[in-house]
Design a protein around this ligand. Sequence first.
Ligand SMILES: CC(C)(COP(=O)(O)OP(=O)(O)OC[C@H]1O[C@@H](n2cnc3c(N)ncnc32)[C@H](O)[C@@H]1OP(=O)(O)O)[C@@H](O)C(=O)NCCC(=O)NCCS
Length: 197
Amino acid sequence: MRSPPRPRREGAGDGDETMQTRIRRATAADCEAIATVHVVGWRESYRGLMPDSVLDAQSIPERARRWRHIMDTTPATVLVAEVGTALVGFASSGARRGDAFPHDGELQAIYVLRTAQGAGIGSALLRRSAAALREQKFDALALWVLRANFNARQFYHRHGGRMVAERTEDVRGHQLAEIAYGWADLAELAKDAAPVA
Ligand SMILES: CC(C)(COP(=O)(O)OP(=O)(O)OC[C@H]1O[C@@H](n2cnc3c(N)ncnc32)[C@H](O)[C@@H]1OP(=O)(O)O)[C@@H](O)C(=O)NCCC(=O)NCCS
């Protein structure tokens, strides 16, 4: 896959519009690109944390089909981040699945391609997902992360998330330990979010 241009920090703005990061709501036309970021994101981030067989079995067409189904049949909010015309990240949020934590909202996925990480895109996706949940009258947010995914855990901790639950998930027959991070006050997390296009 061709590397997207290196993003500038959100809002830095120097007149070079094609290099700006833009966050907007996803449309059905984005499913293939979201699936690509999802599968590449898994392979970039989870090598060594999950069995290779699980990572190698990931398929972009199958993921795209699942994203189309999610967007057709659920009220999930899916946001995408673009640098120029390249989709480099996405986040999906909505009502919590299960009752392992008391938070009513859940961030179901957040991925930024490695080439675009460290530029504020993940932070913007997290804050704007929180703002979108607030608009839908949710009060709180939590998410599941692999216990061994220390980079993401540090990211959530720096954003004020606190460990609120743990579980073991069966992923294609492999038992993976996960931790939930929660934000009891969605307003605090959403307070610096710019409006979504
Ligand atoms: C976790 C993830 C979403 C964060 O996205 P990101 O775009 O890298 O996030 P940001 O750039 O907003 O912040 C990342 C870090 O870079 C720092 N940073 C951001 N912009 C910076 C800049 N201009 N200069 C220096 N540091 C910067 C932030 O302080 C942050 O540090 P921290 O993680 O120690 O808090 C991303 O790394 C990712 O997709 N990881 C792989 C997939 C994954 O694990 N997803 C989570 C599944 S639960």
